[in-house]
Design a protein around this ligand. Structure first.
Ligand code: MG
Length: 161
């Protein structure tokens, strides 16, 4: 068995008049994340962690925001594409750990649904998908509720026998 790890970070601006999608789940809020796709920072960070672990570049390379195919795209579809790329090379996922940084709303009630959605797409048990959340204590762009940020780490594995 060979193992690789990768990290991912994503940031999107928060504005009024957009839906807020986080971890593949719609979260009720007065603002949403601005982006070419549904701007799901958590799924984007996880995509980048997986691509990084496999040495396959980043999300901007595979899903450029100049490509109309991804306009308004459900980021769960992007994650499915990333998994297909990994699968082609024989990789499967060990686990994913992640952290969301945003001031509001409270994320804790949504975490079980997010874990279930992500685990289903990346082919692991729910307990192999960790999602943590923190505020920024009122400081910086997260604290001013101008943006939302996510970090992720992924372990992938391949059986060489
Ligand atoms: Mg993004």
């Amino acid at each position: 068995m060979t193992f690789r790890v990768g990290t991912g970070t994503d940031i999107h601006r928060l504005i009024e008049g957009r839906e807020l999608w986080l971890g593949g789940v719609r979260v009720e809020h007065s603002k949403g994340a601005l982006g070419h796709s549904d701007a799901d920072v958590l799924l984007h960070a996880i995509c980048d962690a997986l691509l990084g672990a496999a040495g396959l570049g980043d999300i901007g390379h595979h899903f450029p925001d100049t490509d109309m195919r991804w306009k308004g795209a459900d980021s769960k579809v992007l994650l499915q594409h990333v998994m297909a790329l990994l699968d082609e090379q024989g990789w499967s996922v060990g686990n994913v750990d992640s952290t969301l940084l945003l001031e509001r709303p409270k994320i804790k009630p949504h975490i079980p649904a997010m874990r279930t959605v992500i685990a289903g797409i990346i082919g692991v048990e729910v307990n192999a998908v960790s999602i943590k959340a923190t505020t920024n204590e009122g400081m910086g762009y997260v604290g001013r509720e101008e943006g939302v940020c996510a970090h992720a780490v992924a372990l992938i594995k391949k059986d060489l026998s």
